[in-house]
Design a protein around this ligand. Structure first.
Ligand SMILES: Nc1ncnc2c1ncn2[C@@H]1O[C@H](COP(=O)(O)OP(=O)(O)OP(=O)(O)O)[C@@H](O)[C@H]1O
Ligand SMILES: [Mg+2]
Length: 207
């Protein structure tokens, strides 16, 4: 939108700035292509799973699955990935694939932030803790760059990205999923460096 407005302004200027307008139109086309790709991708995702498959499962198991899935990539990038916290079963009711997606999106962001960071010993920790009102809190912390900017909550906005190849959908999807199951998400920078994302889910039975 911004690019097309710029093009309009350049063309209606006196004299018109044709070359710069053409560049702005090229940028507009590029952005439209990118948006179309994102929409195609979303449509495919939605088609694949029309109905959420609600099931009761142990959140610890979903976390263990996510760790298994992410381990090869973490190892490749020299990142220690581990799960800590509550050992007893944490029964939740959700579409397991959705919760998996939340964990993958958060951990992938953590790995990206670490890849941009020069420091040495790198880790991502997924930790469970009991929260009030018989909820479980899951935190995903990393030792990366930390979240840029002053307004940390903007990272959850749809299409907000600071990455060259990012869609800016990862955290927006995380928030939609978590809120859909009655939970909440938040983001913080850690004093020691890196970021920590937390989300809560209601427990089916108090642990
Ligand atoms: N762990 C993190 N550390 C630092 N910054 C982060 C972290 N997680 C997210 N961010 C910031 O929030 C932005 C939005 O994240 P989000 O996952 O929504 O999109 P993305 O990662 O940029 O793109 P995609 O998820 O499509 O790859 C990121 O571009 C980055 O600037
Ligand atoms: Mg992401």
């Amino acid at each position: 939108m911004l690019n097309s407005e710029t093009a309009e302004r350049l063309l209606t200027a006196n004299p018109p700035e044709r070359a710069r307008a053409e560049a702005a139109i090229a940028d507009t086309q590029q952005a439209i292509k990118h948006a179309a790709e994102i929409i195609q991708h979303l449509k495919k995702l939605l088609k694949r799973r029309p109905e959420p498959a609600l099931q009761e499962f142990d959140l610890n198991e979903a976390i263990a699955d996510a760790v298994r899935m992410l381990s090869p990539e973490a190892a490749k990038r020299g990142i220690a990935l581990c799960a800590k916290g509550i050992q007893q079963p944490l029964p939740v009711k959700a579409d397991r694939i959705h919760i998996q997606q939340v964990l993958l999106n958060l951990a992938t962001n953590g790995m990206d932030a670490i890849s941009d960071c020069a420091a040495e010993a790198h880790a991502i920790t997924i930790r469970t803790a009991l929260a009030k009102d018989s909820r479980v809190e899951v935190s995903v912390s990393d030792t990366g760059t930390g979240i840029p900017g002053r307004d940390l909550s903007q990272v959850f906005d749809t299409f907000y990205t600071t990455k060259k190849e990012g869609t800016g959908l990862g955290l927006s999807i995380v928030r939609t999923i978590v809120e859909n199951y009655g939970g909440q998400v938040s983001a913080e920078n850690r004093i020691e460096g890196g970021a920590i994302f937390r989300f809560t889910l209601p427990l089916l039975r108090p642990a």
